[in-house]
Design a protein around this ligand. Structure first.
Ligand code: NAD
Length: 479
């Protein structure tokens, strides 16, 4: 057991002493122990916040282009270590190696993209009502950001919070998910190899209850940038309320996919299947429920079922020719199994899948298509987070939009049609942060990833995502 790595927190540019209390991290594909990570206390969180605060003002005073230089060095390190980092992610999270490679390279590109904003952070000069007055709107950093991460794209989400925070002059304390912390410590090791000033980037690992809560309740945190479940997001909101801390919450989804009668059914079946199978269905923005127009329902369901049943799955470290790995843990597997069983009791019919997959080890669930679903069912309302597609038949686009919008989530949506008017009507009618027409759901770094209703507050990526990490100051200068 001596070769099991014990990771340490990264605070003020140094790795802390070996932790006295640890959390064990396991491979979800085979149950093997991978590492031990700090089960940190509120005091350690306080040390990290103190380091980030101390570093912030000199970091903010550096020209943005200099800050960009540090980010680019980190992006280069990520690229140089891509193969190793992808393997770390596969082992602790269970995604395919192919997807882990995409995640690592996308992360490096994302850091570079945010660095490129250095010369484009802009204020405004506004017309005054008074003679001889100038009104300037300045953009300033917030201060210290807390980045609280989930486990599903653990590596990319470090960058999605760290890169906009740092380029705009903030410093950050990152708390990785206790399910998938190893990649974050490997990232910290790469940061430590650069000359990034101490305290600008810090990592403290532990439970949500202790470390997450200490960050959320701290009066010394200027923004909490959180990605995770609605339940935790809501808890963080309450914890942050006494300090009126700014929140950026990227929460869950229940993405509707609408297939209309004139759609390219092969494309729709393939794209919806791809959207559901990626990362074993554990993606906030990917197709979670399908509405298909009655006249093509039979043909489409047959195509979708064929695509889903052809999905190959297994242990991503042992097999390279698979489309998905296991679910992240037993809790996730039990949740999917329970939801499908309940859907069956409520009248859903299994077209393909519908069972826990017995591969001898790992938390696998068969790729599943359910028909006979209606919008009152739990499976059409609650986030599944597994490769299960419940299908409901609808009369037309308006009915589909009505069901799609009658959800507590509002993150992403997709529509398959070859008719431009129908596509535009769908975009107008769908009350969602993102709508994809004739393609699988996956956002671009230059877009803006933000959800309506309980899917979140604020958003990430692009210009709008960048400015989430800044506040304004207006100067009225009479001359
Ligand atoms: P989670 O809410 O269980 O945990 C996320 C993080 O919050 C973890 O680091 C956890 O330790 C921490 N946490 C738990 N309790 C806390 C508390 N009381 N105070 C502060 N922090 C606390 O989510 P998860 O299971 O890791 O991730 C899956 C969820 O994330 C899904 O609902 C998914 O839709 C969502 N997600 C959303 C997006 C998006 O961009 N909208 C992206 C990825 C994942």
């Amino acid at each position: 057991m001596s070769d099991i790595p014990v990771y340490r927190n990264y605070i003020n540019g140094e790795f802390s002493a070996e932790p006295t209390s640890t959390i064990e991290v396991f491979n979800p594909a085979n149950g093997r122990l991978l590492s031990k990570v700090p089960n940190s206390s509120a005091e350690e969180v306080e040390q990290a916040i103190h380091a980030a605060r101390k570093a912030q003002s000199s970091w903010a005073q550096k020209p943005a282009i200099e800050r960009a230089g540090f980010l680019k060095k980190i992006a280069d390190k990520v690229r140089q270590n891509a193969e190793r980092l992808a393997t770390v992610i596969v082992k602790e999270q269970g995604k395919t190696k192919e997807l882990a490679n995409v995640e690592v390279n996308f992360t490096a590109d994302y850091i570079d993209y945010m660095a490129e904003w250095a010369r484009r952070i802009e204020g405004e000069v506004v017309t005054s009502d008074r003679p001889g007055e100038n009104i300037f709107v300045f953009r300033k950093p917030l201060g210290v950001v807390a980045g609280i991460l989930p486990w599903n794209f653990p590596f990319f989400l470090i960058a999605r919070k760290m890169a906009p925070a740092l380029i705009t002059g903030n410093t950050i304390v990152v708390k990785p998910s206790e399910e998938t912390p190893n990649n974050c410590f490997e990232f910290a090791k790469l940061v430590a190899e650069t000359d990034l000033p101490p305290g600008v980037f810090n990592v403290v690992c532990g439970t949500g209850h202790e470390v997450g809560n200490a960050l959320s309740t701290s009066p010394k945190i200027d923004m909490i940038s959180f990605t995770g479940s609605v339940e935790t997001g809501s808890r963080i909101m309450s914890a942050a309320a006494p300090n009126v801390t700014k929140l950026n919450l990227e929460l869950g989804g229940k993405a509707p996919a609408i297939v209309l009668a004139d759609a390219d059914l092969d494309l729709a079946a393939q794209a919806i299947k791809d959207s559901r199978v990626i990362n074993s269905g554990q993606v906030c923005n990917c197709a979670e429920r399908v509405y298909v127009q009655a006249s093509v329902a039979e043909e489409f369901i047959a195509k979708l079922s064929q695509a889903m049943s052809a999905t190959r799955y297994g242990d991503p470290m042992a097999q390279s020719d698979i489309d998905m790995g296991p679910l992240v843990n037993k809790v996730g597997l039990d949740k999917v199994a329970k939801m499908v069983e309940f859907a069956k009791k409520q009248g859903a019919e299994v077209v393909t899948g519908g069972q826990v997959a017995d591969l001898g080890q790992g938390f696998h669930y068969q790729p599943t298509v359910l028909t006979g679903c209606n919008s009152d069912m739990e499976i059409m309302q609650k986030e599944i987070f597994g490769a299960v597609l419940p299908v409901q038949i609808v009369a037309d686009l308006d009915e589909a939009i009505g069901y799609a919008n009658a959800s507590e989530y509002g993150l992403t949506s997709s529509v398959y049609t070859q008719n431009l008017s129908l596509a535009m009507n769908a975009v107008r009618g769908l009350d969602y942060g993102e709508t994809y027409i004739n393609r699988e759901n996956f956002e671009a770094m230059q877009g803006f990833h933000a959800g309506a209703r309980k899917s979140g507050v604020g958003g990430a990526d692009g210009r709008h995502g960048l400015y989430e990490y800044m506040r304004t100051q207006v100067a009225y200068i009479q001359s």
